[in-house]
Design a protein around this ligand. Structure first.
Ligand code: NDP
Length: 275
């Protein structure tokens, strides 16, 4: 069974599937199989990054699928060490070669890495890639409001997306409000908190009541908030389960019960400190 995923329209008119497949921590030689399962299950958006070391596996699966290029959406990211104008352009060429594509749909600055103080130069390279038609949209990842404001000082190009850690324990309310105000789509990484929330009694209680799994309940919460989500799994049954989330709605009071789980707890690094 395949599922049709709804899209969200980015600020330059490009549609992005609201649910995609993440491949962080999937070894390159296992990535083609995992992405193959995802494509079979109906995913049409894949989230990778140069630093994941598995762009080749993603490219292999896309080539093997035989899908026309305009039927899938690929995101990749420039790594911190490659930030800077010329080095970003070179890193982009290398990513494209590993993916064996002639363009990517979304290219992101992976971290602001403020200690390097290069993200404004990196953003100029993103502008260039967009102008040259080598990417359909550009955005950032792990940017805090201060970093987004800094980009605005030098550039009229508003990021289409900010991909940030976001799950019921870290709901990023201020950042989401900032995004809404400036037309930036919120994309949630580690949407399942890497599994940490799946045994939470609020989540398991809702899962039982809706006849769904805990992961499906959490993903549904994200979707109803308007987030783009990119859950990762290498397990075929979970891969299928995680996209089968469009046939039910959480009631407002159940959304509120999940919203009450926010404790501001991060899994990943602090974006102000990470370099
Ligand atoms: P997720 O929140 O997607 O959780 C993945 C973990 O949950 C895996 O251990 C997986 O196990 C397990 N899991 C997945 N589905 C289920 C299910 N239905 N039931 C039970 N367990 C499940 O974590 P990620 O950190 O991978 O985040 C998702 C994606 O976000 C990444 O793959 C990457 O693309 C992106 N990301 C971006 C970052 C950034 O800095 N921009 C940082 C981190 C992630 P298993 O695989 O064994 O099935």
């Amino acid at each position: 069974m395949t599922t049709t995923t709804p899209t969200i329209t980015l600020n330059n008119g490009v549609p992005i599937p609201q649910l995609g497949f993440g491949v962080f921590q999937v070894p390159d030689d296992e990535t083609a199989a995992a992405v193959g399962h995802a494509l079979d299950a109906g995913y049409r958006s894949i989230d990778t990054a140069a630093v994941y070391g598995n762009e080749k596996g993603v490219g292999d699966a896309l080539a093997a699928s035989g899908l026309p290029r305009d039927e899938y959406f690929v995101t990749t990211k420039v790594w911190n060490e490659d930030q800077g104008y010329d080095s970003t352009l070179a890193a982009f060429d290398a990513s494209l070669a590993r993916l064996r594509l002639d363009h990517v749909d979304l290219y992101l600055i992976h971290w602001p890495a403020p200690a390097r103080d290069r993200y404004a130069d990196t953003w100029r390279a993103m502008e260039r890639l967009l102008a040259d038609g080598r990417v359909r949209a550009v955005g950032v990842s792990n940017f805090q409001p201060a970093h987004l404001r800094r980009l605005r000082e030098d550039s009229d190009l508003v990021p289409a997306v900010n991909q940030v850690e976001l799950h019921p324990r870290l709901q990023q309310r201020e950042l989401r409000a900032f995004h809404a105000e400036h037309g930036i789509a919120t994309e949630a990484w580690s949407p399942l908190a890497q599994g940490a929330l799946l045994a939470d009694p609020v989540i398991t209680g809702l899962a039982e009541r809706y006849g769904r799994t805990p992961a499906q309940v959490i993903l549904r919460w994200h979707l109803q908030l308007g987030n783009v989500v990119i859950p990762k799994s290498v397990t075929p049954e979970r891969i299928r389960q995680n996209i089968d989330v469009f046939g039910f709605d959480l009631a407002d009071e159940d959304i509120a019960a999940i919203t009450a789980l926010d404790s501001g707890t991060r899994i990943g690094p602090d974006p102000d400190a990470f370099a």
